[in-house]
Write a protein that binds this ligand. Sequence first.
Ligand code: XBP
Ligand code: MG
Length: 250
Amino acid sequence: MAAIEALIFDVDGTLADTERDGHRVAFNRAFADAGLDWDWDVDLYGRLLAVTGGKERIKFYLNEFNMAFEKPADLDGFVAGLHAAKTAHYKQLMVEGRVPLRPGVERLLREARDAGIPLAIATTTTVDNVTSLLENTLGADAIDWFAEIGAGDIVPAKKPAPDIYDWVLQRMGLSGPLAIAFEDSGHGVSSAADAGIERIVVTTNDYTRDQDFSRAALVLDQLGEDDRLPRTADGSELDRPVDLGLLRAL
Ligand code: XBP
Ligand code: MG
């Protein structure tokens, strides 16, 4: 039984289903504001998720899905402007409480806090977005629950590169085997595993269910609650939700 020195959480898709109902909607609103007729529907957005990072995703869309669009001379400036507008819309959606936390997330965070186990974030999205989600779901001080927030452009290479997990582990003075990572996507699992994290818990969602999770220790549909137990990919139910006892046995 290995010690647990930290729980490190991905945000998008893991803490909450922010991709479909948060980021996607915010991108579309920013496009409309800019007079663009781009519409990222639920299916197209699933394909765009192949690339992490909102700015990177817009460029991927232009290169692979909307080649007819004449790119402005200052493409980086144009994309940065769209992305800033998207972030404002995303924060507004969080204020409106559009995206709740996934089952079991708040319970596990509180259990770890009570046990004195440090929490951290390792995400591709911006720290603004993380703060907004946490404040509007857990309360104004929730950002302070996390010892380190690894977010967005703080590292040069986004997931699936290991940089963001490396950054968090280094800041916490930990090696990978002492931490447990929580992810929802294949890119996230690659990032955590390549940073040396051996215990990775995946909670899948509609966008990620069929991805490669061969490097994860546990793949479930959700962290679960006592009255809503997690299921593995073959449909079998665990006898308890994901709690510290279960994590210590990984
Ligand atoms: C999250 C992402 C991000 C968000 C958008 O991946 O891919 O790009 O969709 O965020 P992960 P920004 O869950 O693996 O961190 O627009 O703020 O970049
Ligand atoms: Mg994710």
